[in-house]
Every structure is written in C-alpha cells, then in structure tokens.
Design a protein around this ligand. Structure first.
Ligand code: SF4
Ligand code: SF4
Length: 107
C-alpha cells in the first residue's frame, strides 16, 4: 500500500510526451490560438521537441499550470496518454451524449 502511494506521488511529466497539449480542448485563449485549442489539435505553443514554448512565462494558460501528471492520465507512454485524454475529452464534451458536433460514431 505504501509502495502504491509512493509510485503515484513519483509520477512526473514525460519529456516530449505532449499528450495533454494535443488531445484535450482548451477553452481559454492561448497565444497563437485566441479562440482556444480544439481537441486533437497540437497547441500552437508546442515546439518541435514537444515542449511548451510558454513554460515559466505569464502567458501560459492557467489550465496548463494547474494540470498535474497522474498515472491514470499519463499511462505508460504518449500513445496511451493520448488515448486516455481523448476518451476523457469525449466523455466530458458538452452535448456529447446527444452526439452534437461529433462527426464520428459515438460508440
Ligand atoms: S500526459 Fe502526462 S506525461 Fe504526457 S505531457 Fe501530459 S502530464 Fe506529461
Ligand atoms: S500552452 Fe504550453 S502547456 Fe499549455 S497546451 Fe500549449 S504547449 Fe501545452
């Protein structure tokens, strides 16, 4: 039990993963994306190395600052994280249950 807690606490962001900068939608304005970021689209602030150009700068959106790595979200690799975040986005999207704005089959 103690070991599990230690494992959770030790989760750190994987350099170069960027799944949470691609899969989720972000409703707040981001430099280069004034209307926010649609789900599945890489953030305009991602560098070629999948790092945040705004890291440590005041322009970085508050939602990005508040997001913490978690094993349930990050998985074992970037592909797993992308799949988990895409599913979370689908489940939490307004109107998702009615299929509004969803061109792909819901199930
Ligand atoms: S999904 Fe997790 S590991 Fe990947 S960039 Fe986000 S916080 Fe980091
Ligand atoms: S602003 Fe930075 S942390 Fe936030 S989604 Fe864009 S690249 Fe990721």
């Amino acid at each position: 039990m103690t070991k599990r807690r230690e494992k959770s606490a030790a989760v750190q962001c994987r350099p170069g993963c960027a799944a949470c900068c691609i899969a989720p939608s972000i409703s707040s304005s981001i430099p280069g994306m004034p209307q926010g970021k649609p789900a599945g689209m890489p953030c305009a602030q991602l560098t070629a190395e999948n790092r945040c150009e705004l890291f440590g700068l005041p322009q970085r959106p508050a939602v990005c600052l508040s997001l913490q790595p978690h094993p349930d979200m990050c998985g074992e690799n970037a592909a797993e994280a992308l799949a988990r975040l895409a599913e979370l986005e689908r489940l939490t999207r307004p109107g998702a249950e009615k299929g509004r704005g969803n061109p792909a089959p819901a199930r």
